[in-house]
Design a protein around this ligand. Structure first.
Ligand SMILES: O=C(O)C(=O)C[C@]1(C(=O)O)C=C[C@@H](O)C=C1
Length: 386
């Protein structure tokens, strides 16, 4: 008997709807959990509980003979737990910093569909706020728009897992009175986007930004002689391919951006390196208070004397107070040749007495020290199982 594909698909759709319903119920439980933790003041994250839960689910699946790989179960539930942690985090932060506006103006680099735009959208969605988009043509303009009050927030890329730190943003942070109020990561997944056609061999021209072309060089080499048209950004490329509407052209961009321009994905995951993630920071005029129940980070700017060992002396303060440092970056100081500005990111909350004591001590070893901001970390590191 031939199996009817459309019937099977109907069954799949039904099951997926049931899964969605259950996911929504679980998502709602995160609010009950956080309200309970507000009273007990327990930390939002309980890694031991996460490990036990994942192990229990793997054992359960094995006993029931569900035929599901432990790694598959772990991956899915880590994502579900991440949502739970971030939902709880946002709930506490909104309460602590007073309910924010329903709609927020966010400044970002590039047009709609740029990775910065997608990151801004993801930040606004997380805080359940309506996004009013302020597209900017330079990082400097983002700082200006936030300073002048035209934008409530600015979203800026700080580092990428392939290309490293974005120096221009670090340099602008040296001269700002704005505060860091958030961070988020966004996966960079390049794909081939077209105007509906389904045959890759018919494509003879690719449009994109030089960096995207470079990051997908292996895939491009595997194609039969294609012509490359360089664009100002991948969002420009997507817009162009959409408006030209020709069967022989494609843009290299991202799926969400392509969706905005009505393009469809012909091939995905075409970058040379699979794990390509950008970390963005969020800036605002006013610093925020971060709940002590949340995993928190603080970014510091520091200069030390020129003597031998002065940076080492400064860093021992973190060892003394058992404060983990997640990033150390240095950049030249404009007008002071060979002097360095250090950027230190630590896992600490400036409201905690230990952090305050550590910063006080750090002042003795530094010639300049400034807290750029204390913000909730949105990176939920998965726990290990088995
Ligand atoms: O059980 C809790 O304490 C929760 O916050 C729920 C939950 C989960 O989603 O399962 C989320 C975060 C914790 O790290 C552990 C588990």
């Amino acid at each position: 008997m031939a199996l009817d594909l459309s019937e099977i698909r109907q069954q799949i759709t039904q099951i997926d709807r049931s899964l969605l319903k259950l996911l929504s119920e679980r998502h709602r439980l995160a609010f009950d959990v956080v309200r309970s933790k507000e009273i007990t003041q327990k930390p939002l994250r309980d890694e031991k509980r996460e490990q036990q839960l994942l192990q229990e689910l793997i054992n359960f699946s094995e006993n029931e003979n569900y035929q599901l790989e432990p790694q598959y179960i772990t991956q899915i539930f880590q994502k579900i737990i991440e949502d739970s942690v971030l939902t709880q985090q946002v709930y506490l932060q909104k309460k602590l910093n007073e309910q924010r506006e329903q709609s927020i103006h966010i400044a970002f680099l590039g047009k709609r569909g740029s990775y910065s735009h997608l990151a801004a959208r993801s930040y606004a969605t997380r805080y359940q706020e309506q996004l009013i988009e302020l597209s900017c043509s330079s990082f400097e303009q983002i700082f200006e728009k936030v300073s002048s009050g035209e934008a409530d927030y600015g979203v800026l890329p700080l580092e990428n897992t392939t290309s490293g730190s974005i120096n221009e943003v670090y340099d602008l942070l040296q001269h700002t009175d704005l505060s860091l109020v958030g961070e988020l990561t966004y996966p960079i997944k390049h794909c081939v986007l077209v105007n509906g056609q389904d045959d890759l061999s018919k494509i003879d021209t690719l449009y994109s930004h030089p960096q995207v072309i470079q990051q997908c060089s292996q895939f491009i080499r595997s194609l039969n002689k294609v012509h490359i048209e360089f664009c100002e950004s991948s969002s420009h490329a997507m817009q162009l391919v959409s408006s030209l509407n020709k069967p022989n052209i494609a843009a290299l961009g991202n799926e969400d951006g392509g969706h905005l321009y009505g393009l469809t994905v012909l091939r995905s995951n075409i970058a040379n390196q699979e794990n390509n993630i950008t970390r963005f920071i969020v800036i605002a005029r006013k610093a925020i208070t971060v709940s002590s129940q949340i995993h928190t980070k603080t970014l510091l700017l520091m200069t030390t004397g020129q003597e031998a060992g002065s940076l080492v002396d400064a860093l021992t303060v973190f060892k003394k107070y058992q404060i983990k440092m997640t990033k150390l970056e240095s950049r030249p100081i404009y007008g002071k040749p060979w002097e360095e500005m250090f950027y230190l990111e630590i896992e600490a909350n400036t409201n905690h007495p230990d952090t305050q004591a550590a910063l006080e001590e750090l002042r003795q070893y530094s010639t300049y020290l400034k807290v750029l901001g204390c913000y909730p970390s949105e990176i939920v590191k998965p726990v290990d199982v088995r």
